[in-house]
Design a protein around this ligand. Structure first.
Ligand code: SF4
Ligand code: SF4
Length: 68
C-alpha cells in the first residue's frame, strides 16, 4: 500500500497565479515547479510548511487536505 500523505499540501490556483515566481525560492524542499501549463506543487515533496502561502501577492496558493 502506498504511504499516505499525513499533512496538508499546497495547491496552486492557476486562474489566479500570474507566474511571478516569488513563491518558488521560498519553498524549503523546492516542491514548487513552473511548467508550460502553469505552476505545480509536487505533492510528494511538499512538507506542508505553509511558507509559500502568505507571500503570494495574488493569493493563488492554498493548503488542501491531501488525505481526502
Ligand atoms: S507548503 Fe511549504 S513545502 Fe509545500 S509548497 Fe509551500 S513552501 Fe513548499
Ligand atoms: S507567488 Fe503566487 S502568483 Fe507568484 S508564482 Fe507563486 S503562486 Fe503564482
Amino acid at each position: 500500500m502506498p504511504q499516505a500523505v499525513q499533512h496538508d499540501i499546497a495547491v496552486v490556483d492557476n486562474d489566479l497565479c500570474d507566474s511571478c515566481g516569488l513563491c518558488m525560492p521560498l519553498c524549503p524542499p523546492e516542491a514548487i515547479h513552473m511548467t508550460r501549463r502553469g505552476l505545480v506543487v509536487d505533492a510528494t515533496t511538499c512538507t506542508g510548511c505553509e511558507k509559500c502561502i502568505a507571500p503570494c501577492p495574488v493569493g493563488a496558493l492554498a493548503m488542501t487536505d491531501a488525505r481526502r
